[in-house]
Design a protein around this ligand. Sequence first.
Ligand SMILES: Nc1nc2c([nH]c(=O)n2[C@@H]2O[C@H](COP(=O)(O)OP(=O)(O)OP(=O)(O)O)[C@@H](O)[C@H]2O)c(=O)[nH]1
Length: 163
Amino acid sequence: MSDGQPITSVDGIDRGERPVTEVAVGVLIRRDAAGQEGDFLLTSRPAGKVYAGYWEFPGGKFEPGETLEQALRRELQEELGITIGAVHPWHQEVFDYPHARVRLHFCKVYDWTGTFEMREAQQMAWSNLPVASTPVLPGTLPVLRWFAAERGLTGPLTLHDGV
Ligand SMILES: Nc1nc2c([nH]c(=O)n2[C@@H]2O[C@H](COP(=O)(O)OP(=O)(O)OP(=O)(O)O)[C@@H](O)[C@H]2O)c(=O)[nH]1
């Protein structure tokens, strides 16, 4: 189920009703002195996970009883070693992958403390459009579209994916 939200199938296959896994995703953004949004942080998926090596925004699944903010705070601490400040929910999307149906709760984050540590041996890249770190996860592409719309950009979203 998806609570009536549109579902995007990554491969065009309709798998019918499936349980939805809630995922908290952090879109960390650097702002300039004037407060304008600039680079955003992408991380690569660690070896051993589905879509290993693909680039995404850091985050992960809610644990039982967690709120969105709690899940995001915990995931970014666990994966990156940072403590985030305010969480700004931005967009939600439901994606149907062969391995799972996920509802991605994308949140903007502008403030954090601590030093970035790649605790899952992933890579990180401060990025801007068009994104050079490819391939990106299918469920990550909409974020690049939203950035392009907000920033009034019409060119390619990535340098190598042909999108
Ligand atoms: N973190 C993250 N996950 C995404 C994004 N886009 C997207 O489709 N996903 C999907 O959301 C799910 C997140 O699961 P995950 O494996 O990263 O979560 P986790 O860290 O809790 O993993 P684990 O507890 O299974 O090890 C995956 O199915 C992943 O393919 C994204 O931008 N960021």
